[in-house]
Design a protein around this ligand. Sequence first.
Ligand code: ATP
Ligand code: MG
Length: 573
Amino acid sequence: MPVSRTPVPLFRQAMDTARKGLAQVAFFSLFINALMLTSSIYMLQVYDRVLASRSEPTLLYLTLFAAACLATLGLLDTVRSRLLVRMGAHFDAQLSGPAFERVLGSGRSPQMLRDLDSLRTFLTGPHVLSLLDAPWMPIYIALVYLLHPLLGHVALAGAITLLLLGLWNERRTRAILAEAGSELAAGHQFAELSGRNAEAVRAMGMLPGLATLWRRRHDLGLGLQGLASDRAASVASSAKALRFMLQVGILGVGAWLVIREQTTAGVMIAASIVMGRGLAPVEAAIGGWRGFLAARQARVRLAEEFGDQSAAPQSMPLPAPRGALAFEGVSGGPPGSRAVTVRELAFRIEAGSCLGITGPSAAGKSTLLRLALGIWRPLTGVVRLDDVNVADWDRHDLGPHIGYLPQDIELFPGSVADNIARFGEVDAREVVDAAALAGAHRMILELPNGYDTEIGAGGVNLSGGQRQRIGLARAFYRRPPLVVLDEPTSNLDAEGENAVRRAMDALRAAGRTVLVVAHRPALLGGTDKMMVIQNGRIAAFGDTGELMPQITRRVAGRPAATPSPAEGGLCRA
Ligand SMILES: Nc1ncnc2c1ncn2[C@@H]1O[C@H](COP(=O)(O)OP(=O)(O)OP(=O)(O)O)[C@@H](O)[C@H]1O
Ligand SMILES: [Mg+2]
């Protein structure tokens, strides 16, 4: 059995590392913020010392000191930016691969990848820096207080007003932006799904109807986003105006204090600069709040999508399966839904046997195959491959031992050989062997570049039959111990059907287990066990030699293509 260590959810792990990175950045911000005071201190000293004493050497030393501080500031700022970029790259490296796998593995919309991009962009962008600087505001205000209490009051009142503006902004825009985000995401997804059926859309003039549906979503999303932006913009403008007013206010109060000889001109100007520094990040945070909210939404969605998915579990590699397959009271259906499309499946086939599965449309045949492969998990019961629960098997380890031809064949952008070799290292001999077994070798040689022909986006367009033959070759690559074929001849001519029949014989002779969903007797005749599925249950299961005559006899006598369980005591499962 695979041995797993206690898994840490992947997304949480990545966020923790990002947080650690941000803590480092915040540490640099500490020094950067201190050095930011250089110009105000310089100003204070020049006004109060140099101008009063008219000492040129003092001016020179002060200037040199300020220059050194500012050079250090520049250096630290560069280091801080680089830290942020490295953190972003690391964050991406931890999550983008698994996100891509998840998008591919579950056929989900690539929204997850977009979310990841926007979260990373935010985490490494300038707004994060202003958010990290914002906590320094109290220290800046305390400094103003040190310069003069009255000036401190002005700065404190300004800071409180700005913070209130920020909170108000958050309250007024958060819900709207969340709704806008989900409407726009739904619009994207709708466009993607419709795009996959572009031919049907064109052929049957479905574009106007689909476009209306899409536009409704898109317009709603954009409208909400516009509303939120308007609101946010008015708050941001108010914040900016407020800060200018505060500058005037603090200079005014400072000048008044100077007139009354309670402070110096240097203090007046230094207070204005220190307050400006302290409030700038808050103002920037208000301006960039929309980005922050979008990033937070992306984070919530990502946390949900990744769920408790852990970093690749460290499982002990298992020996290659021989192909014995057992269903033990398995019920289940599509993931993410409560629907149970197959019920209480219980049967066992030995390694090296060939099981034909038949039954009416929507009976649950494809569901059974997906459960057998472990790509869908049973709600109850266990599927065992060589006595190991398939769900426990590491997908990357198990993949090479499985040949699967899905009912909807998807090939990927790449060469024919790449597709057959499953985008791993191409073993030319094995590729040709698989193609020959699938009856696809001659067909492939007739393509413009043979096995190197590029297919998919921008490449050669294949016919349905060609795709199915290449899909079969992919399933037969390296003759895996468990081969699962979902209606393998649905697009094939008689010659193709013969090839599949021969391939099934060859695989069985080589001790491979074959599961094949089929309707035609020509293919089913080549199996040694047969199963009839109806309404998600096993209606009949037995040796093909015994079962086949009963089925064909019944088919001959009735219009329906498959037998009903009520018509005979066939069920041995
Ligand atoms: N991806 C899916 N999401 C939701 N429901 C699904 C999904 N795939 C299948 N189903 C449902 O599960 C039931 C069984 O479908 P399944 O594809 O297993 O039937 P089937 O026997 O393979 O039919 P066919 O001969 O038409 O391929 C159907 O009612 C179908 O609506
Ligand atoms: Mg099916």
